[in-house]
Design a protein around this ligand. Structure first.
Ligand SMILES: [Zn+2]
Length: 364
């Protein structure tokens, strides 16, 4: 962006246009956006000063600045703009000289050069503005600037603060939470969780073997919801208790599709011939977005000691077919198999729920 683009604009329009440039600069340089933006407005008169308009130089950056020894300068080291400027002898006697200023091809380069200067300028063997990089408080930041001798008048800091507060410039500062998220990659998810079938006393409970499916799947699903919520995810409980099996499935799917989520999770226990055993997780198709979650869940349950029956594609199951979001169904273990039930009793539903939660949204 060039300063001439700001020429006819009102302060509010200018702020909307240039604000993101300062946010972007803070992400790279660590110099607080609200502070450098306030400085920009004060020093360049909203980008309308002669130096800004003619040279995109918005901070009065001279050709020779602090010995030009600091790193990261974005100035091309040759383009200059000469301008008559007022200097003060002994701090009071005003006189005029022709001085050479840095000329940039854009405002962005001017902002970046200014930040590089603030980060790198030395005062003997120490940094002139030590502590400024990463400073999140504009008043503190301006104190550091003043202590480093950025401006001779103490009015300078007060003027910048006034601008920051009047125009609420802190809205352009990089938010701490956003940064943390980026760093740790802990994206918050939206998840539907339900236990299969009606409750045990209802009209369509699940399988019964050594343990009852509807009793145990509810314990696991409820614990899973608790863990995921604790980890900061948005979880909807979609467990239902319908009039019959079909009605129950419809109720579950209706609840699921009320929310726009990243994943639908259905918790079941398997049942077959007492000898079949192990864990499996079902998905609708081999390219389902739920597949990576299913793989991790299956691996985690296998790690607990259940025989790995793998991730299986099942396109005939109502909840997998009718839910809008990527969906998976955990057949946790066989409720009619002695070995599986013994292992389950030994582990407890909480460990099972945690293994599933770790497959959905691991803690990094
Ligand atoms: Zn079931």
């Amino acid at each position: 962006m060039k300063a001439i683009e700001l020429k006819g604009l009102t302060p509010d329009k200018i702020i909307t246009k240039i604000g993101p440039l300062f946010t972007a600069d803070q992400k790279k340089s660590g110099i607080l956006a609200s502070m450098s933006m306030g400085q920009f407005i004060l020093e360049s008169g909203w980008g309308k000063s002669e130096l800004a308009q003619k040279a995109n130089n918005c901070f009065g950056m001279k050709k020779n600045l602090s010995g030009n020894t600091w790193a990261g300068s974005t100035w091309d080291k040759k383009s200059v703009y000469e301008k008559v400027t007022a200097e003060y002898k002994n701090g009071k006697d005003k006189y005029y000289i022709k001085a050479a200023f840095r000329k940039y091809s854009s405002i962005e380069l001017s902002i970046a050069d200014h930040s590089a200067y603030l980060n790198g300028a030395m005062n003997g063997s120490v940094k002139r503005y030590a502590g400024l990089k990463g400073c999140k408080d504009y008043k503190q930041a301006l104190g550091i600037i003043r202590a480093g001798g950025y401006a001779t008048s103490s009015q300078y800091g007060r003027d910048v603060i006034k601008i920051i507060e009047q125009y609420n410039l802190t809205r352009f500062d990089v938010k701490e939470e956003a940064k943390k998220k980026e760093k740790k990659g802990t994206k918050k998810m939206k998840i539907n969780v339900h236990a299969g079938h009606t409750k045990q006393s209802g009209n369509a409970p699940g399988a019964s073997g050594i343990v009852h499916e509807s009793v145990e799947d509810r314990k696991i699903a409820n614990e899973l919801i608790k863990i995921l919520k604790k980890r900061g995810h948005k979880v909807h409980k979609c467990t239902s208790n319908g009039k019959n099996s079909r009605d129950n499935l419809q109720r579950i799917v209706t609840k699921c599709n009320k929310h726009k989520v990243d994943l639908d999770v259905s918790i079941h226990l398997n049942c077959y011939n007492k000898s079949a055993h192990g864990t499996e997780t079902l998905i609708f198709s081999s390219d389902s977005k739920a597949k990576p979650y299913a793989k991790r869940i299956d691996a985690n349950l296998t790690k607990l000691g259940f025989t790995d029956r793998g991730v299986k594609v099942r396109n005939d199951l109502y909840v997998l077919r009718r839910t809008n979001a990527p969906a998976l169904l955990v057949e946790t273990f066989f409720c009619d198999n002695r070995g599986d039930c013994n292992l389950y009793k030994k582990l407890g539903y909480k460990k099972i729920a945690k293994a599933i939660a770790d497959g959905i949204a691991p803690v990094k």
